[in-house]
Design a binder for this molecule. Structure first.
Ligand code: NAD
Length: 478
């Protein structure tokens, strides 16, 4: 079986141990052995980035733009193959995975151009004879720590702006999905970057991730993952004065009003709640429905949910792939049991499925008659579990939508312009959708949340420069 190495200082290096990459659709299918760095190898990656950062930070934006554009073109040209690899290791369906790979390619091409668009300001000074100039500079070395649910898009949306604005990178991908990150690193390794500008350090979070948190040479930490790990990142960064940005969990509401097109609203809820196996930080895990249409909505959503085809991620008929691994499946089942104990009514699914392949299959679970205060409505499950919560009217629905520790994405289905506008303004979320699923965003628009979902500057689009550059104000006596 092939062993995949880390990429450090322009070289492929094997670490002291290897980890098998197992297909969640068919656990007998192992994609390969992926090397695991120890703290020494993690330190080597940081040192390589530290050496490479100053020259890269002063490089021509044209050089950076050309490299990023080459990376983006290759990803786009190979999106089918990269999508298949992604579907095999993570379990989202082939079309979802190919779409994610294409998104990664588009992100690199977008940031290729952003490298050329970085601009500053010139201000008139209040003092005579002085010029004030505002410029942006790279941070230096950035540590990028990514989760398992978007194995190529999240690394791409951190790596591309980091490199575009002249930072040196150490990428620490999630243990469960090293294949897509490795494939991306292999493409980057041939893009003409100086050695050490980009480094891949696969390995355990507690070792490689922690090394990035602790090392004073890492000037910025960009993290996406769980709230618990995010808190560790923030504490470490504050203690040693590193810049950080965190994207964490969600418990995203979709509010369905009585004047909505019910069929379209059910589609939004099913798409947002169950596609990608519900393993999206933007998943609509709470669907809040105005009581006047609650029974009709619940009945129709149960019908559609029941009919979803769960199966092997690479089969063309599959709509919902497997859960990513045994421990996430156990977490989903624990929450399904809890929801029942809390008095929610199971309307569809919720049981494990035995199919033709040994995989982590779960029938999407739809719960009705939920109370927003129930624990399963307040905590992130991160699986194909949706809770229907009845509300009395728009104002009550909005209050329930906002009654959560999280604030990543939210949505409303309505025919009323007045309510759509009011919701856009008063929903306590970083991203608000009107008559669209809470999941599914553009690659050139800022992404991020509020409250416990996010901390620090936004990711993606031109807003990414906020995190990956540092502002300098210079005064010059003419
Ligand atoms: P996780 O927190 O377990 O892991 C995320 C990353 O942190 C992994 O690479 C892991 O190895 C690393 N890590 C673990 N311990 C560490 C430590 N001590 N120091 C440094 N790094 C460490 O999260 P996960 O299970 O991979 O991902 C699921 C979570 O990610 C969910 O909560 C989901 O909502 C969230 N997520 C958020 C967004 C968003 O943009 N808001 C997007 C996708 C996923």
């Amino acid at each position: 079986m092939q062993t995949y190495a880390n990429y450090i200082a322009g070289q492929w290096l094997v670490g002291p141990s290897q980890r098998p990459n197992v297909n969640p659709s068919d656990t007998g299918d192992v994609l390969g052995l992926y090397t695991q760095a120890d703290s020494e190898q993690a330190e080597q990656a940081i040192a390589a980035a530290h050496v490479a950062a100053p020259a890269w930070g002063l490089s021509s934006p044209q050089v950076r733009a050309d490299a990023l554009d080459r990376i983006g073109s290759e990803i786009l040209a190979r999106k089918e193959e990269l999508g298949e690899l992604l579907a095999r290791e993570e379990g989202k369906t082939r079309p979802e995975a190919v779409g994610e790979a294409a998104r990664a390619g588009a992100i690199f091409k977008f940031f290729a151009q952003e490298a050329l668009r970085l601009r500053g300001d010139k201000l008139a000074s209040v003092r005579p004879g002085i010029e004030v100039e505002v410029t942006r500079e790279p941070l230096g070395v950035v540590g990028l720590i990514t989760p398992w649910n978007f194995p190529i898009a999240i690394p791409a949306w951190k790596i591309a702006p980091a490199l575009a604005f002249g930072n040196a990178v150490v990428l620490k991908p999630a243990e469960l999905v090293p294949g897509s990150a490795w494939a991306l690193a292999e493409i980057i390794s041939r893009a003409g970057l100086p050695d050490g500008v980009f480094n891949l350090a696969m390995g355990p979070g507690s070792v490689v991730g922690q090394a990035l948190l602790n090392d004073r040479r890492v000037n910025g930490l960009s993290f996406t993952g769980s709230q618990a790990t995010g808190q560790r990142v923030a504490m470490a960064a504050v203690q040693r004065g590193a810049k950080f940005q965190l994207e964490m969990g969600g418990k995203n509401p979709l509010l369905v009003l009585a004047d909505a097109d019910i069929e379209a609203a059910v589609n939004c809820a099913v798409q947002g709640g169950f596609y990608s196996t519900g393993q999206r930080c933007t998943a609509s895990s709470r669907v809040i429905v105005e009581r006047a249409v609650y029974a009709r909505f619940a009945e129709r959503m149960a019908e559609v949910t029941q009919a979803l085809r769960v199966g092997h991620a690479l089969r063309p008929e599959t709509q919902i792939g497997p859960v990513v691994d045994a421990s996430q499946l156990q977490q989903d089942l624990d929450y399904i049991r809890l929801a029942k104990e809390e008095g929610a009514r199971l309307l569809a699914g919720g049981q494990t499925l035995t199919l033709d392949w040994p995989g982590h299959y779960l029938a999407p679970a739809l719960f009705g008659d939920c109370d927003n205060a129930m624990r399963h409505c307040q905590e992130e499950i991160f699986g194909p579990v949706v809770s229907l919560i009845p509300c009395e009217n728009y104002e009550h629905g909005l209050a329930l939508a906002n009654d959560t520790p999280f604030g990543l994405s939210s949505g409303i289905c309505t025919g009323s312009l007045k309510h759509a506008h009011h919701f856009k303004r008063h929903s306590q979320a970083g991203m608000v959708m009107v008559n669209c699923p809470t999941a599914g965003v553009d690659y050139h628009a800022p992404f991020g949340g509020r409250k416990a979902s996010s901390m620090g500057a936004r990711e993606q689009g031109s807003y990414a420069a906020e995190f990956f550059t540092s502002v300098k104000t210079s005064y010059l006596q003419a």
